[in-house]
Design a protein around this ligand. Structure first.
Ligand code: DAH
Length: 331
């Protein structure tokens, strides 16, 4: 047996091992229990051969260990290089939502009225016929009392058709002076179209004090319309009829899309209809035990969807109810 050649070949194989698995195979072949070296060591009889073979084994073991260390270091270097994490890079972006356009408009309205010293309230959506109609002086024959127009639960309970019952609630709860705005959902049996939806939102205002006039109503609406649509708006009134106001009016706001000269949005009139308003009818005061000789007041009601549509130029009300993110992300 040429042990010098054995050793040289073994060392060369150890040095050439490219991975730890490779190295392990080489180690088993040249140093393992069934290697020629191990077998020869088991049969050693004389001292010189023992020294020679043990020397070879010692050097081979050292070579394997050193190669092993080299391979581990190389592997560590590779991982440190390849799997590096740059902690200074920006993290993954979390998608951030925003308020629905109806909620945005609602907050603008709330802020505008809080700034005027009004209290903001929220009332029940299931209302009694008494509060939704009777106490608001709706005539017994008024068309809104029909189940064709209004969702009835039974003879005496409806889904409120407007936020006006809040006027009755607050007038029964406290003595004037009263400055309140009530915001919430209302329901009507309308088919869904581009301009109507059976659920929508209204904001309802009521001011009751001594010596309140139509001029106060006009100024208040002007303030809110400017908060909603910008500083250059004008407000005008047209006469109308509502059961619970006398006189009743419909406020218009000048069209902000064309500046009042006329465009498609305002149907070429320069004005946009904003809802209903008027001076509180003395019958309403009598229904809640407030003396109409001492107190006067105004009330108004406007749709939030309409306000959102005009603010953002949304042609179809359905866009505000369908929750389509491609649409909502634009506002
Ligand atoms: N409640 C009316 C509607 O839904 C709007 C309205 C008109 C509210 C006149 C008022 C008012 O407070 O005074 O059509």
């Amino acid at each position: 047996m040429d042990w010098t050649a054995y050793e040289e070949e073994a060392i060369a194989a150890v040095v050439a091992a490219a991975s730890e698995t490779d190295l392990d195979h080489v180690r088993v072949r040249v140093l393992g229990r069934r290697s020629e070296l191990a077998q020869a060591l088991r049969g050693v009889r004389d001292r010189d051969t023992g020294i020679l073979l043990n020397g070879i084994r010692g050097r081979l073991e050292a070579a394997v260990e050193s190669r092993d260390e080299t391979l581990r270091r190389e592997e560590l270097d590779r991982r440190l290089r390849d799997e590096v994490v740059d902690v200074t890079l920006p993290g993954e972006q979390l998608p951030l939502g925003h308020l629905h356009p109806i909620t945005q408009v609602r907050r603008i309205v709330e802020d505008a009225f809080l700034g005027l010293g009004y209290e903001v309230r929220d009332d029940r959506e299931v209302e009694t016929v008494e509060y939704n109609f009777d106490k608001l002086a709706f005539a017994p024959t008024h068309s809104s009392r029909s189940p064709r127009d209004t969702f009835f639960f039974d003879e005496t309970h409806v889904l409120r058709t407007e936020t006006s019952p809040s006027q009755i609630h607050i007038l029964e709860e406290k003595e004037p002076p009263i400055y309140m705005v009530s915001i919430g959902r209302v329901y009507r049996r309308d088919a869904i179209t581009a301009t109507r939806y059976p659920i929508f939102h209204q904001f309802e205002g009521l001011a009751v004090d001594k010596g309140i006039t139509l001029a106060d109503l006009k100024g208040t609406l002007l303030h809110v319309m400017r908060a909603l649509y910008g500083p250059d708006r004008r407000v005008r009134f047209r006469t109308h009829y509502f059961p619970f106001t006398e006189p009743s009016i419909e406020p218009d706001v000048s069209c902000g899309i064309c500046g009042g000269v006329g465009c498609r949005t305002c149907k070429f009139s320069g004005w946009l209809e904003m809802g209903g308003a008027g001076m509180v009818d003395p019958r309403v005061f009598e229904n809640v035990g407030v003396d109409p000789g001492r107190w006067s007041g105004f009330a108004f009601g406007c749709g939030l969807e309409r306000a959102a549509q005009l603010r953002h130029d949304v042609p179809d009300i359905r866009a505000l109810w369908e929750g389509d993110l491609r649409v909502l992300r634009q506002f």
